[in-house]
Ligand binder design. Structure first.
Ligand code: ZN
Length: 265
């Protein structure tokens, strides 16, 4: 009986040799050039992980869509910019920000949280004493306030207004209200309006709340600021050292570009 000799055809042997070579070469490449396996997407993920998680509560996530019922511009037209500082007052950063503003002849609007106002009433008086304006930013900075009952919204909005009056120890004009995280609802706007406050938005989000580094805060402001811009910054809600450092660069730069400082419309 004859048994056929089982030999794989040449083409299979070549294929096996080739695939072994391919595997060996790709292993060598990945060993000697570790950067190659980092696709742009992977690099972005890594970069994002470098940004300290915004451990601080308040995150005005991004610029809200333009809404005609919200204030989006400065009081005067022309080369003006309005700086707004949210989530304070804070004993570590509000006084430092007031100093930088004073050295640069700048004014700003401080959107204060009632709980902070009650803890640091002297800072409310310091802000007003420097010719700045205050803005109602609710009692507790509940970012889901737009989903709560109307009674709760009223308590949060009118409560902060009252906290500001008590802290100032005199009648204080509170011209503006800003919703926590910029999350508005028609009832919130109506409650603020009945209390004589305008709904304050912003046009430039420096993302200082994410602590990307002073240089990036400055760069994002320089890129986005136009005449009439409302700039969102923070003096409270976390470590605001980067915001203070950014202002030391940004304010002289704004002046060198011919900008003056104003309040929101
Ligand atoms: Zn806020």
């Amino acid at each position: 009986m004859r048994y056929p000799v089982l030999r794989p055809p040449y083409v299979y042997r070549w294929a096996a040799l080739l695939s072994t070579l391919v595997v060996a070469i790709s292993l060598l490449v990945s060993m000697f050039s570790p950067g190659l396996d980092q696709s742009p997407a992977a690099a972005q993920v890594a970069a994002r992980q470098d940004v300290p998680a915004a451990a601080s509560t308040p995150a005005e996530v991004s610029a809200p869509p333009a809404d005609p019922s919200l204030i989006h511009t400065t009081a005067r037209t022309g080369r003006y910019v309005a700086l707004t500082f949210d989530d304070g007052p804070d004993p570590a950063y509000t006084p430092r920000i007031l100093d930088v503003l004073a050295r640069n002849g700048a004014v700003a609007t401080f959107c204060m949280v009632g709980m902070q106002v009650t803890r640091h009433p002297e800072l409310v008086r310091a802000v007003l004493g420097r010719g700045m304006r205050v803005c109602d930013h609710t009692v507790s900075h509940d970012e889901e306030l737009s989903t709560r009952t109307e009674q709760r919204m009223t308590a949060e909005i009118q409560g902060c207004w009252a906290d500001l009056q008590v802290a100032a120890d005199k009648d204080v004009p509170v011209d503006y209200f800003r919703a926590p995280a910029g999350r508005w609802s028609p009832p919130m706007r109506a409650i603020a309006s009945r209390a004589g406050m305008k709904a304050l938005s912003w046009t430039v989000d420096t993302r200082d709340w994410a602590m990307p580094g002073a240089a990036r805060i400055v760069a994002s402001a320089q890129h986005d600021i136009r005449p009439g811009a409302l700039v969102l910054l923070h003096d409270g809600g976390g470590d605001r050292t980067q915001t203070v450092d950014a202002l030391e660069i940004l304010l002289p730069w704004l002046k060198s570009q011919g900008y003056e400082f104003d309040f929101p419309a």
